[in-house]
Design a protein around this ligand. Sequence first.
Ligand code: SF4
Length: 473
Amino acid sequence: MNENLKEACGIFGIAGKENTNIYSKIYYGLFALQHRGQESAGIAGAMVNANGFKQKGIVKDMGIVPEALRNKFVEGNFGIGHVRYSTTGSSSIENSQPIQIKCNDEIFAIAHNGNIVNTAEIKQKLRVATFLTTSDSEVIANLIAHHYVSGKNFLECLKQAMKEIVGSYCLVILYQNKIIAVRDPNGFRPLVIGKNEDEEGEICVASETCALDAIGFSYMRDVEPGEIFVAEYAKGMKISSSTYSVLKDKISYCMFEYVYFARADSVINNASVYQVRKEMGKILASESYVDADIVIPVPDSGITAAIGYAEWCIEHSKRICYSEGLMKNRYVGRTFILPNQADREKELCTKLNPIKTEIDGKRIVLIDDSIVRGTTIKRLIKILRDKGAKEVHIRVSCPPIKFTCKFGIDMQTAKEFIARDKSIDEIAALIGADSLQYISRDGLVKAIGTENLCYACLTGISPVTEKQTKLIE
Ligand code: SF4
């Protein structure tokens, strides 16, 4: 249970048919991406047709999608949207997205997911007197505008900006008659392309496929690392794409998207998150099976891995049943979103209620997706023991987290990570578990099915190039 890991953001963009309005599609796309950010939401729209294009403005506000966008509307058949969790920049309306930038008497709107590590350097170069926000998105937008002023083609300016930006970024841009989607050369954060099977010619991009499902679009493919994908109106919909990866970076998908951040019903980087998580559970069981009566998840984030663990047990004729064990009150928000630990602790007590009949007298395997500080799992173990559990064994579907993330996941300081300077046995003793095992790094890679991963928060080794690493340090 990620009591301290905060998600990045969710982005969405759609190029709709002429004379249609895509506001509700963006709204429901963002709604499906709500798990990626709950601080603010916004939508920018434009009317695009054979006669040209007209920006129709932006609506945005603080809160989850239904709160932020209540009674708001923006016209247009092209548009982009954003849900935000602040990885950099404070939680305020100024920092909500999309943002608009004016350059060369033109306006473009941009929304961003990720974290730029060389913002200070870029700001210095831009010599912009005052930035209106403290978010990375404004820095990226100004960098693009800085190059655009020099009179080049917009996409060339975007490529130039990509050359200078270091870090993780997925962008959606509403520019003239185009929706432009950009993914950084490492591919840290996911970005997918979908199409409307019913309305030929409608294209959308989103952080995850769950947003495509929400509006009835089908998954075409991922935006590739380093790719600039363009959907534009020119007497009908036209799609083009170019790949820009001057830094020749190694592809480094964030492993944590699979472990926790992405929705289980999403497909990212051409892999089903649900299947990956189930495989993590199976591998976890194969690596660290322990004789017990029931396997239960920490809901919701541990459910899929716990199902995988239980499936492995059945396949290997082990007498262990899957049970819910802990009942989640679904009307309480995700605890880690709350700003301070005291509030989070109070909330946990109302959030997860143990089912005594399932627990009393049982030897339990409790599956969690990760352990950060260990305070939540420690309290859960105590709750289970108070309800009569005979043994509580903890199995974790992510290896120990020891380092902070520089690529868009807001973590506490590394000093607070329980695994930072403690052995597994020491952690088990601290949290009060009868035993504790994490999935191995090889097991994690096998479950995800690719070695093109970032696991800098496990190893401290950054996947970016030496030149970029210097910028980070
Ligand atoms: S450091 Fe960890 S959380 Fe950050 S991008 Fe890499 S794998 Fe993801």
